[in-house]
Ligand binder design. Structure first.
Ligand code: FAD
Ligand code: NAP
Length: 304
């Protein structure tokens, strides 16, 4: 029986593990990939206090290394469900079941798709959701980035390291991204914008993406533009399907909590991007993790 099992080892989960282990709890993280979560797909992090600039993978390792020394077990598995037995919980993967007094859900969020013809067909043949992973394959090409938030603008800036040009297509006439990112994009000679427009279809041949049909939502006019790659950054959906049966999510799948990261189920906490919140950042994820790690300890003290 674990004191707490943390599902997901991104910045939120790793911080929860740090705080729970320092309270002397028996702690495990259950992670389906490498520790670090979204940070592993982020090249430059410039807004994590204490570091003017640090790469995502490096920050991931800095968060992960102390956990082993503190005795946190790092279990591998894709969690498929949680059974709430009242004073204990069962966390299930395809081939294992773990018993634990508390659960901390830290599974983050995943990229949303635009759902247009050609998007699925050309996935990995010119359509990508990760500039850090795929950007270098698009040297000297003209690229399209879809979206107007922090991700779209930051990744467009990153892609200028490789591409001949980067065009951002956004459905409105102003960006949602932070001002500092907007200013950098507007000042970058390789970046241009198509405003008030959406992607209608991604076209290509047997090899890869060749062009994109773009519709101006104000005039209805559709025009075809040549691009060698399309990077989609239109927001995130929560990774919470596996807890649907517990009834702890809102209508869109985000998990509401109180200030102590408690969900509507006793002994089950939710932290980081999967939580219903206004600002999804590494800083807010680690803040949530600290609170949940400490609250898991408090829950066990109160219920033992
Ligand atoms: P995640 O980092 O998403 O980690 C969730 C973990 O859960 C993953 O490791 C995943 O494998 C695991 N998991 C999911 N489902 C399961 C399952 N069923 N079983 C087991 N494990 C599971 N924020 C900043 O502050 N600064 C930035 O510069 C910045 N840049 C960003 C760039 C991009 C392109 C993106 C997409 C986001 C960026 N963010 C940035 C946001 C930041 O990365 C997130 O807010 C943060 O990673 C959220 O942490 P998390 O631990 O909640 O979730
Ligand atoms: P986001 O902030 O939700 O922005 C999504 C963007 O895509 C919006 O501009 C939205 O348009 C547009 N969009 C949504 N659905 C669309 C559709 N179907 N077709 C076309 N456009 C669509 O998502 P994000 O940029 O991925 O950021 C997610 C979180 O990570 C945010 O909290 C962000 O702050 C954080 N993040 C932070 C950093 C950083 O701090 N440097 C970097 C990356 C991400 P509208 O504007 O019209 O809604």
């Amino acid at each position: 029986m674990y004191d707490t099992i943390i599902i997901g080892a991104g910045p939120a989960g790793m911080t929860a593990a740090l705080y729970a282990a320092r309270s002397n709890l028996k702690v495990a993280t259950l992670e389906q990939g490498a520790p670090g979560g979204q940070m592993n797909n982020t090249s430059d992090i410039e807004n994590y206090p204490g570091f003017e600039l640090i790469s995502g993978p490096e920050l991931s390792m800095k968060m992960f290394e102390p956990l082993e020394k503190l005795g946190v077990e790092n279990l591998y598995g894709i969690v498929t469900g949680i059974e709430d037995k009242g004073d204990y919980k069962i966390v299930k993967t395809d081939d294992e079941e773990y018993q634990t007094k508390t659960v901390i859900i830290a599974t983050g969020a995943k990229h949303r798709h635009i759902g247009v013809p050609g998007e699925a067909e050309f996935n990995s043949r010119g359509v990508s959701y990760c500039a850090v992973c795929d950007g270098a394959f698009f040297r000297n090409q003209d690229l399209l980035v879809v979206g107007g938030g922090d991700s779209a603008v930051e990744e467009a800036l990153f892609l200028t390291r490789f591409a001949s040009s980067v065009t951002i297509v956004h459905r409105r006439d102003e960006l949602r991204a932070q001002k500092v990112l907007q200013d950098r994009a507007f000042a970058n000679e390789k970046i241009s914008f198509i405003w008030d427009s959406i992607v209608k279809e991604i076209k290509g041949d047997a090899i890869k993406v060749r062009s994109v049909d773009i519709e101006n939502v104000k005039t209805g006019e559709v025009t075809n533009h040549e691009f060698g790659g399309v990077f989609v950054y239109v927001g995130l959906d929560p990774v919470s399907d596996f807890v649907k049966e517990l009834g702890i999510t809102d209508e869109n799948g985000w998990i509401p909590t109180d200030d102590h990261m408690k969900t509507s189920r006793k002994g089950i906490f939710a932290i980081g991007d999967v939580r219903q919140k206004d600002l999804r950042q590494i800083t807010t994820a680690v803040g949530d993790g600290a609170m949940a790690g400490q609250q898991a300890y408090q829950y066990i003290v109160d219920n033992d």
